[in-house]
Design a protein around this ligand. Sequence first.
Ligand SMILES: Nc1ncnc2c1ncn2[C@@H]1O[C@H](COP(=O)(O)OP(=O)(O)OP(=O)(O)O)[C@@H](O)[C@H]1O
Ligand SMILES: [Mg+2]
Length: 370
Amino acid sequence: MKASQIELYNFRNYENEKISFGDEINIICGENGMGKTNILEAVYYFSYGRSFRSSGREIIKEGQRESRIKLDFESNERNYEGEIKFLSGKRKEIYLNEVELKKTSQLLGNFICVLFTPDEMNIIKGMPEVRRKFCDSGIMPLRPQFIKELIKYRNILNQKTALLKQRNYSTLDIWNEKLAESGSKIMMMRNSYIERVLEKAKIYQNDISGGKEDLLIEYNPSVKMGENADEIKENFFNKLEEYKEKEKENLFCMVGVHRDEIDFSINGKNAKNYASQGQIRTAILSLKSAQMEIIKEESGSYPVMLLDDILSELDKKRRDFLISQIRGKQIIITCTDIENSFKSYNSNIINIKDGKVQKKRAASPISHPD
Ligand SMILES: Nc1ncnc2c1ncn2[C@@H]1O[C@H](COP(=O)(O)OP(=O)(O)OP(=O)(O)O)[C@@H](O)[C@H]1O
Ligand SMILES: [Mg+2]
């Protein structure tokens, strides 16, 4: 998976820019507020059809009516051209090789990237929904039916919640049946994904920590797992039955995959409460690296790595590990100070000044640490 060029029209603080990427390390360098993260945001759009920033800031350049981004990329030896148009009222149109996609979900899986930002620490430290999002966004590009199931589940949940709020219970059993049917499929996919991530992340955590840290990731669903889909569905429905009266009292859905937890522990202790900053950073690196390997196994090629402001956060040991992961992958990284980061690497350097892009290529040779 390689991004070769992105074009930005009226996207955030860019008016009209074309940026070419090299096959290996691309460094977007500039002072604060110059538009470095905006470029990563644009690239990320072609993976997930949405932004990774939770802020409500507008995508369309201030004072403009429309925005457009275009990405040329290569996936499994085929060339693609993706285009996203942002129109007023948060509407957007997505094109792949000039064909308009009916649904954002059709974009997933064509161009896959994995994002590393300091915010990712929240996968361990934050609320359960951040952990569910980590898991779900890992499955999405690999299993198109997963996002369809999530949307379906969300719709059923909304309908059921509306009925509870109206105190209208006549069709509650039907909605519970539907929730159990859809929810059990989501549980199966989450469970097997977490098992795969654990298998790999455990090895990375062990390596980075010099054999000192044993990482465990446990899927703790709101409903008891079962051996097969039918058994999970039955457990799901039974738990909904059990909570029926409580849900009527509380007017919301208390059981389901929207309440699942994913627990991380290091050396047997809950990571959220006990792990040090360094141990959490190691775990995040291990998780992301595991995700990349799974993508490679499933899709045949590595995803593009997007690193936003991450190097300054890592000590030498973790930085070396990250750099050792780069081999054979494309990486797009932002930093404010090139001198202190990838000095000795042959990189495509993209300098940004006053919201404009100027490119320069570093002369120094590649030197991967062994
Ligand atoms: N819709 C918009 N129209 C015009 N400018 C915008 C828009 N949205 C964001 N910006 C501008 O983009 C700039 C921020 O870009 P970005 O977050 O990419 O900066 P950065 O280089 O990553 O900074 P830092 O190093 O602090 O992370 C800000 O100057 C902001 O005002
Ligand atoms: Mg930034």
